[in-house]
Design a protein around this ligand. Structure first.
Ligand code: GLV
Length: 312
């Protein structure tokens, strides 16, 4: 029987995944990784931030499935053996949650509703002027499974949308694309609300820094749903304190949980959430992995293969 080994952050979570996988794939043997046991001879590994020892021990792996969209914690090009293909979760119910999170951030930025809770406390019936979409141009960094859903959802709401991508794309009726380094400056110039959904790679690490934030439109807002390491925290704090940014909604951090001493906790106008912008739906993810794995066995290449050069 083909073995699937599950290696995630804790034993408890691994067992939850094991149950779901075993129910969905009763004809396969689903085991939880245990570093103290002899190699399990697993054919497939299902992982989230797995221990390095997994790849040193399990030499029979034919494919690795990452239980998330971001593969930055995997050690592509170092830990993962180059000959074993890695597949990542594509959407599986996370993109729509992230689009919703982006909308929440935009509403915080425009203060469309937050004013009313203050007014309610004062028993004040005081309709505010409408939010003019043209004053809130949005820039989305990244246009994969998640970025495209985010950009399209916001375009539907009538905001001007720019998107920054790695390689050139033809503009859409509602979306203006920019690409490459040169395109980045033009993109930032068009952007008042900056939304990050990029993969974390050597190229994108620290991309949200002083220079980037200064090039955005004034009185801007930053939404981070990707990885903390995309951001230079001190530069973000300076931009907030200097008034270049009016606020930020942050879901991801260099260190998670965010240490209690980190200034973001107390910073006025920083709204933070504990990495919940797109929560994994276990069933959806497991179904997708099993589907990919069955395709592989039928000799069909599934989508979502991680490129070693692009690192996502
Ligand atoms: C979550 O952060 C993911 O990469 O799926």
């Amino acid at each position: 029987m083909e073995k699937i080994v599950i290696a995630v952050k804790t034993q408890e979570i691994a067992e939850q995944w094991q149950k779901i996988f075993q129910t969905l794939a009763p004809n396969r043997e689903v085991v939880v990784w245990n570093k103290n046991e002899a190699p399990m001879g697993a054919r497939y590994a299902v992982v989230w931030q797995p221990p390095l020892a997994l790849f040193e021990k399990e030499k029979k792996l034919q494919a690795i499935f990452n239980l998330g969209a971001g593969v930055d914690a995997l050690g592509i090009n170092s830990v993962v053996p180059a000959h074993v293909p890695v597949y990542r979760i594509e959407d599986a119910g996370m993109a729509v949650q992230m689009a919703e999170y982006a909308i929440y951030g935009v509403l915080l930025a425009t203060e469309r509703f937050s004013t009313y809770s203050k007014l309610q406390k004062q028993l004040d019936w005081a309709p505010q002027p409408p939010v003019l979409r043209s004053q809130w141009p949005i820039g989305v960094m990244g246009y994969g499974q998640i970025g495209s859903k985010v950009a399209k959802a916001l375009a539907q709401l009538g905001y001007p949308i720019s998107v920054w991508v790695r390689s050139e794309r033809v503009n859409d009726e509602h979306i203006q694309f920019y690409s490459g380094r040169a395109g980045f400056d033009h993109f930032l110039k068009q952007t008042r609300v900056l939304i990050n959904v990029l993969p974390l790679t050597e190229e994108t690490r620290g991309i949200v820094n002083k220079e980037c934030l200064e090039k955005m439109q004034k009185d801007g807002f930053f939404i981070n749903m990707a990885r903390g390491a995309h951001v230079v925290d001190d530069d973000l704090l300076s931009a907030l304190r200097g008034g270049q940014l009016k606020g930020a909604l942050l879901d991801v951090f260099h260190e998670e949980p965010l240490p209690k001493t980190h200034p973001f906790w107390q910073e006025p106008n920083v709204y933070l959430t504990p990495h919940i912008a797109g929560i994994s739906l276990y069933e959806e993810c497991a179904k997708q992995v099993i589907e990919k794995l069955s395709l592989l066995e039928r000799g069909i290449e599934p989508t979502g293969r991680v490129s070693l050069t692009k690192q996502y």
